[in-house]
Design a protein around this ligand. Structure first.
Ligand code: SF4
Length: 372
């Protein structure tokens, strides 16, 4: 059997990245990249571990007992995450999403949420603080997350049929426990939970209708996601993709016709649609309708590397700057300078050039390492 190469630990020596000027400029308030896209959203991966082995994200044959996860000392501490978050906020970030791996596996995650919830955006408003989870631990943590100041939750759920769901999560985890978790989160005050369903042809496409019918009766918003070529280990093929247009056609045929809704924010990943009774549905069409032109997202990996695209092959080491022995003000100024110099050089638009020679040549970082 041939060995798979997983480009998790690519090396970018910090010394090669920045040449700090003697006098560091003040933070920008708002950064724009080379395609004039503002920096607005930050996704922070808090762990590279997960309790599921979803076949499209952390397939068992790669992420097995031999797999080397990051040692604890490599992970950013909560204090370091907060310092990084402050630097991003100084450049215009207003929304932070915690991801993983499975973020609820990070010990005392509610303490990190409490610390982040005390930060304020440049205009004095609280951050929009959200988290994506597979739902396995959500029920028992929901109250603590709410009390800590988490605003919103997204739950990944790919099927309602137990056999299909277990086959996809590959750890025999039942659907009923995820649904219970969603109910418990709602009961403690998370009002509209987003439910993300990755649709893969021949695997869970028969779940499109049951999922649509089930979540239409709830206050939550189901979002269909086109199966993407994230990372290098999920064996993606275009034939595995069921387009958002095709999903809408199937819904219409089954008597669930949708009509489009206005976007709330330009940078939203999902297009919004509604059922005849008003229930909302979202579509994330990264493959067939790329939305790179409005992408305002930066990502921080579990060990503190900055990535400017979900499909990036190279990250920039901010952890080294965090662990330098500088005065805190000097350290923050250096991190802000580094973020600015990286974002202003950014020209990523992988989904728009997918399939081109330029895109095919890249070896991509795994989603479990930088979050979805
Ligand atoms: S492919 Fe990269 S640039 Fe395009 S929307 Fe996704 S993360 Fe943003």
């Amino acid at each position: 059997m041939s060995e798979k190469f997983i480009p998790i630990f690519e090396q970018t020596p910090a010394s090669k990245i920045w040449d700090f000027p003697l006098h560091l400029p003040p933070s920008s308030g708002q950064l724009f990249d080379r395609l004039h896209r503002p920096l607005k959203d930050l996704r922070i991966s808090v762990t590279d571990r997960c309790n599921f082995r979803c076949t499209y994200c952390m397939p068992k044959e790669v992420f097995n007992t031999q797999f080397q996860y990051l040692p604890h000392s490599s992970l950013l501490s909560f204090e370091e995450i907060v310092r990084i978050a402050k630097a991003f906020i100084a450049h215009g970030v207003t929304k932070i999403r915690l991801t993983g791996g499975e973020p609820l596996l990070r010990k005392n995650i509610e303490e990190l949420i409490r610390m982040l919830s005390q930060l304020r955006c440049a205009n004095g408003e609280p951050l929009d603080l959200t988290l994506t989870t597979n739902g396995a631990l959500l029920g028992r943590k929901a109250q603590a997350l709410k009390d800590a100041g988490l605003n919103r939750i997204t739950v990944s759920l790919d099927a309602l049929d137990d056999a299909i769901f277990k086959q996809m999560n590959d750890v025999d985890f039942p659907v009923s426990e995820v649904l219970d978790s969603i109910n418990q989160a709602h009961a403690v005050g998370f009002k509209s939970i987003k439910i993300n369903m990755v649709v893969k042809a021949g695997v869970n496409e028969q779940e499109i209708l049951p999922m649509a019918r089930y979540f239409k009766q709830t206050p939550h918003t189901l979002r269909f996601i086109e199966f993407m070529d994230v990372g290098s280990s999920n064996g993606w093929r275009m034939d595995d993709v069921i387009s958002s247009a095709e999903i809408r056609q199937r819904l219409t045929k089954a008597g669930l016709a949708l009509s489009p809704l206005e976007a709330q924010n330009r940078s939203d990943t999902a297009s919004r649609w509604r059922h005849a009774d008003g229930a909302e549905v979202g579509f994330i069409s990264s493959v067939t309708q790329a939305f790179c032109h409005d992408c305002s997202r930066a990502r921080i990996s579990t060990e503190g590397k900055l990535y400017t695209c979900l499909f990036a092959s190279e990250g920039y080491d901010l952890r080294t700057l965090l662990r330098e022995q500088n005065e805190q003000a000097e350290q923050i100024a250096r991190i802000e300078y580094a973020i600015a110099s990286i974002w202003q050089q950014r020209s990523d638009r992988y989904s728009e050039i997918r399939g081109s020679a330029q895109a095919v040549a890249k070896s991509k970082i795994e989603m479990s390492y930088i979050g979805g």
